[in-house]
Design a binder for this molecule. Structure first.
Ligand code: SR1
Length: 364
């Protein structure tokens, strides 16, 4: 009886998870991750240096693959277009040596500015110092630097993101619960989230029964066997913290294929159309996430640069705020895609953040 009753749920959630994994494992453009953006109307003319020939900006990315990075890139590209920026994008596909070489070439081309999206401190710091010495303005996103002199740094509010979703985890499963952790080290946002995780584990005496995870060019798919093995060794685990949506999707799929979705809750970070399909599928173990709208963040990073070049930025560091979203919130507000989520949570649009009358936020 139990098996017959649960079968449609298993099928529904498994289908959603598999659809999401398929969407993100193909690389390149993904229909489920794609975010359409449109430019809001400026109410003042573009100031210098944007009121002449297009301003040349190099965007040097560690990876553009996966829902978050595709939507972020779409937002950055749309905002650049609206500000008369000619954006040249390189994607190192997680090859850190290639990202360093991309940055070297970008510096040699003497652009008006450079944006560096993610990357490893040791390979990129010397080149960023070189760019600053060459008087090329640099804005970073999600990159830890040992010397940020002259650099504008940006990120999401990673600590509050992790705190928000972990508060939900503790509220759901209680102090002392058996928990699993799926993440990777050496990525600035994941390292920032790990600090909060370690503190919450200590404060609430959580029993961490496994820690695993990796970031690759097929992160969702590659984490399934890791979490699958961890679940088989720790069938009493109650909750998993998997703080990057590609990893979250892998963890969810592993829970489903072990038929453990009624007893293991998954807590993630980030949101996309594909993620929402997984979260809202009947019986899904992914119960909460903390997220920004990645398209709005990509656009916000470009606006940070534009304001800096126009002499209108008053800070050297910007953090984009996130919201914590539960399955219940999605269900109560009938949200099944990012467009509906922006309506239910307008803060995600970031349309009053880092804007000017000549530089409105592009809207999703
Ligand atoms: C590999 S680092 C992945 C994270 O970076 C982005 O900022 C997203 O939030 C994602 O979780």
């Amino acid at each position: 009886m139990a098996i017959i009753r649960r079968a449609p749920l298993v099928a529904a959630v498994a289908a959603a998870a598999l659809l999401a994994l398929t969407a993100c494992s193909q690389g390149g453009a993904s229909t489920s991750a794609a975010t359409s953006t449109s430019a809001a109307t400026a109410t003042a003319p573009l100031p210098s240096p944007f009121n002449g020939a297009p301003v040349k900006v190099a965007l040097v990315r560690q990876s553009g693959a996966g829902d978050f990075f595709e939507a972020w890139g779409a937002g950055a590209t749309a905002q650049a277009k609206a500000a008369n920026i000619d954006l040249t994008v390189t994607d190192a596909r997680n090859d850190n040596a290639k990202q360093a070489s991309d940055l070297e070439q970008a510096i040699a081309a003497k652009p008006d500015a450079i944006i560096v999206d993610h990357g490893q401190t040791d390979t990129l710091q010397p080149l960023i110092t070189e760019a600053i010495a060459a008087k090329i303005p640099v804005v970073t996103y999600d990159l830890a630097l040992t010397d940020a002199t002259g650099v504008i740094t940006t990120s999401q509010s990673d600590a509050s993101m992790a705190q928000g979703v972990l508060d939900q985890l503790v509220s759901d499963v209680g102090d002392g619960a058996k928990v699993g952790y799926v993440s990777a080290t050496g990525f600035a946002p994941l390292d920032a989230r790990a600090k909060v995780w370690n503190q919450v584990v200590a404060d609430h005496k959580l029993d961490v029964v496994f820690s695993t995870g990796e970031v690759t060019e097929s992160t969702a798919t590659d984490n399934i066997p890791l979490v699958d093995a961890a679940l088989k060794q720790n069938p009493d685990v109650q909750a998993i913290f998997a703080p990057y949506d590609e990893i979250t999707k892998g963890a969810v799929q592993a829970v489903i294929q072990n038929n453990m979705q009624s007893k293991v809750k998954v807590y993630g970070i980030d949101i996309s159309n594909a993620d929402l399909q997984v979260m809202t599928a009947a019986g899904s173990p992914w119960v909460a996430t903390s997220a920004t709208d990645p398209a709005a963040v990509g656009a916000g990073v470009v606006r940070t640069l534009a304001l800096q070049l126009a002499g209108q930025l008053n800070a050297t560091s910007e953090q984009f705020p996130a919201v914590t979203i539960t399955q219940k919130f999605l269900s109560d507000n009938s949200v099944t895609n990012v467009a509906q989520l922006r309506v239910a949570e307008p803060k995600l649009k970031l349309d009053t953040t880092l804007v000017a009358d000549w530089l409105p936020a592009v809207s999703g």
